[in-house]
Design a protein around this ligand. Sequence first.
Ligand SMILES: Nc1ncnc2c1ncn2[C@@H]1O[C@H](COP(=O)(O)OP(=O)(O)OP(=O)(O)O)[C@@H](O)[C@H]1O
Ligand SMILES: [Mg+2]
Length: 244
Amino acid sequence: MSTILEVRELTKRFGGLVAVNDVSFKIEKGEIFGLIGPNGAGKTTLLNCIAGTHAPNDGVVSFLGKKMTGYNADVLCRAGMSRTFQISQPFPRLTAIENVMVATIFGNQRSNIFNPEQWANEMLEYVEFPMPPETLACNLNTVQLKRLDLARALASEPELLLLDELAAGLTEGELHELMQIIRKIRDNGVTVLIIEHIMRVIMGLCDRVMVLHYGRKIAEGTPQSVAKDPKVTEAYLGEETLAA
Ligand SMILES: Nc1ncnc2c1ncn2[C@@H]1O[C@H](COP(=O)(O)OP(=O)(O)OP(=O)(O)O)[C@@H](O)[C@H]1O
Ligand SMILES: [Mg+2]
């Protein structure tokens, strides 16, 4: 195995608030790596610092062996890192397929996509997008938007895919389908970092899990060992999500 992402001593502050505090970890190629922690723990902020949405105040992000700390999101995307957002951010007045075409045309420099429309269609099929491709994004519900997000993120043929709460709001059946799709993505060679509150998803998908609490890493290991760790159960005290 080789390391695809290494984060060293990363800190991100918002004024006096330390949202991510001296966090280090590595993700190996081919892993599904879970990032969990109570609300406000710093998960999205950490993902934003990796994916180029925020520049960290301190620390180093290395991707595919190269230091890429603070690079812009578009550069990171073309280098092989793509992400979804906790709250979907489609182009609302474009159709689903046009949204994926935008991601293909501007994000994919990895292979020569001869026909962006055909490629976008393939991406929608790959994620089992449940609506006609011509549906306007503003007419999609949250669950359909999450599928669209996934198709858009895959359109650039990433080596590392960062998913921020893709399973929120899904029914049991939809959850099962999504887990199958994420497994398929990994089996096709994409490494996955997944932020998720639903422990069933984390336990069922992840090879390793890291836990954040108040911006600090408090545990890392297999899903089973992390779920039993007293520091983790204490951090989640009063929250229903760990047991869900
Ligand atoms: N742009 C910002 N400006 C100021 N504070 C922020 C900003 N983004 C996040 N924060 C704060 O940083 C902390 C970490 O937030 P973050 O969104 O990373 O948590 P999270 O673990 O993703 O939570 P959730 O599970 O609710 O999504 C919170 O206290 C939040 O209010
Ligand atoms: Mg978040």
